[in-house]
Design a protein. Structure first.
Lengths: 266, 273
């Protein structure tokens, strides 16, 4: 029955207001404490920022850089609060992680022109896996605000001179607006997409470029999708609820058009 | 710590348009073994009244509103247009025990002409709606209420438009106050919600059905236009400010040239810089 409860929990979180995912998640795990671990690792929430005490740089927190109550900084590879035996990647994978952080820092500046990013890698038996996190918030006027969180989780499985990549990407986008004419408008949510592909690997450096391109293409796709759903679909549904023009005119137009088509078919 | 009933009640009251039954099924699965539904009755009632739930009158296809404005006594409501009162099962959103009901108000004529004018307005702009006009607060205030729903679960979207207005009928001129709410849910491979609240405050020069309904019609049109503009402005403002579609150079990232690794570099030698 636990599987069915897990599915119901995910279904519920997909229906209730995405602005309240954190409190709804807490409520569900209060009712069914056994689901806590599984839900925390499969439900994406807006990322929290922490400052690395060693390097004085900001980094992002998620389940993948957490060990107990401590989080590992991608800049120093140290846990905060400090841990004696915290889980860190192998030397090879840590080198890749450092390189990916440098590359995605450039990517973040080019596309986000600010914000915070962090990349975490970990070892797998037949390859490695990682998560690329990007976060940016804007408050252009006191009355409007926006927050973007990207969470890209991938697995790279070794094949002969190739690697199999599986990428699952979620973007959480919260937008709020308030004016006299508009009142309060809140447009919030998250969308998830997956892609799987085999790509050639010459050396470890290829991994960073392969993952980089995968994430870049995925974010472009998702940005277009978010634009379509948030500003196109939502507006269309409002138009389905209420017609700006009188419906009798619209019906008359449709009737006229129908008659025209009928007469042309004669 | 909040109790299971309190938490489950908040889920019921947070159900998006047209998805109450799905939320109820999830709540039942999460609280398996408990017969929780009876203890959620107050939450169902609050949800129905706040969301202006509609029920079919027994033996009729007409959908009438359930709200805090037309409740007679426990779970019994009235509809002035069909002059009927009915009992509501809040858990199943069904009506029973219909009886004829004569409106008790000094303003019966005004209410009847408001129903007529507002009905014309509603049918002109809402393809699928229910509305009601009710006397309240000891017959000193009139409430005008409208709900329009469109559900398309096969395409993973549902929407609801609610408008709630009140005005005192004691004097010749009056001020109409209320709120318009739009809730849209889109949930294909994700969960996206639009939730809006627009407070309405309009002075009405004379308390006549025509003048009140024409002010309402203008306010609703202005609001929909403002909302349509806000979609465009948010898309071109805040959204663009979060993430560019392409870097300012209009070129994608040259991954081989950025960061610590160069293609072909021997990684065992470290970064070499």
């Amino acid at each position: 029955m636990a599987d069915a409860q897990f599915d119901s929990a995910l279904d519920l979180l997909r229906r209730l207001n995405p602005r309240d995912t954190k409190s709804n998640l807490q409520a569900i795990t209060t009712i069914v404490p056994d689901l806590t671990e599984d839900l925390l690792s499969s439900v994406d929430q807006p990322l929290e920022i922490r400052r690395c005490p060693q390097t004085n740089r900001d980094y992002l927190l998620c389940d993948y850089n957490r060990d107990g109550d401590s989080y590992r900084s991608p800049w120093s590879n140290e846990f905060d609060p400090p841990l004696e035996d915290g889980t860190v990647p192998s030397e090879r994978v840590r080198k890749l992680e450092v390189a990916a952080n440098e590359s995605f820092d450039v990517y973040r500046e080019l596309y986000y022109e600010g914000g915070v990013g962090s990349v975490y890698f970990w070892d797998l038996d037949d390859g490695f896996a990682g998560v690329i996190l990007l976060k940016k918030g804007v408050t252009p006027g006191s009355q409007s605000s926006g927050e973007w969180d990207s969470i890209h989780v991938f697995e790279a499985t070794d094949r002969a001179r190739m690697s199999h990549y599986k990428l699952t990407s979620t973007v959480i986008l919260h937008l709020a607006n308030k004016t006299e004419a508009l009142g309060d408008m809140d447009l919030s949510g998250n969308m998830t997409r997956q892609v799987e592909v085999d790509l050639p690997v010459e050396s470890d450096a290829s991994h960073v470029a392969n993952v980089g391109r995968l994430v870049e293409d995925m974010e472009l796709k998702m940005r277009n999708l978010l634009q379509e759903v948030y500003f196109g679909k939502a507006k269309d549904v409002v138009g389905e609820l209420r017609s700006l023009g009188p419906l009798s005119d619209a019906n008359r137009d449709r009737e006229t058009q129908r008659e025209m088509i009928m007469s042309m078919q004669k | 710590m909040a109790s299971t009933v309190e938490l489950a009640s908040s889920f019921i009251e947070g159900a998006p348009p047209g998805e109450l039954a799905d939320v109820v099924a999830d709540v039942q699965a999460l609280t398996e073994g408990e017969d929780i539904i009876p203890s959620l009755l107050p939450a169902f009632k609050r949800y129905n009244e706040a969301q202006l739930a509609t029920v079919k009158l027994p033996g009729s296809s007409q959908e009438v509103i359930v709200s805090g404005f037309n409740e007679l006594e426990d779970n019994r409501y009235f509809d002035p247009e069909s002059q009927t009162s009915f009992e509501v099962d809040h858990t199943t959103q069904t009506a029973s025990g219909a009886q004829s009901y004569a409106l008790e108000s000094e303003h019966v004529d005004l209410i009847k002409s408001l129903l007529k004018s507002f009905g014309v307005h509603a049918r002109e702009h809402y393809p699928n709606c229910s509305y009601g006009v009710y006397p309240m607060e000891n017959d000193t205030v009139i409430a005008i209420v409208l709900v329009a729903n469109r559900y398309s679960p096969n395409n993973f979207w549902n929407g609801r438009f609610r408008a709630i207005y009140q005005f005192p009928v004691s004097s010749s001129s009056s001020t109409l106050t209320g709120n318009i709410h739009v809730d849209v849910h889109y949930y294909e491979d994700g969960n996206v919600a639009l939730n809006t609240t627009k407070p309405v405050n309009i002075s009405v020069p004379s308390v006549s059905a025509e003048s009140i309904v024409s002010r309402i019609a203008a306010a609703e049109r202005d609001y929909q236009e403002a909302l349509n503009r806000a979609f465009v402005q948010t898309s071109e403002g805040v959204f663009k400010g979060l993430r560019r579609q392409l870097p300012i150079t209009r070129q994608k990232v040259e991954w081989e040239k950025v960061g610590g690794y160069r293609l072909g570099q021997d990684i065992s030698g470290g970064k070499g810089r």
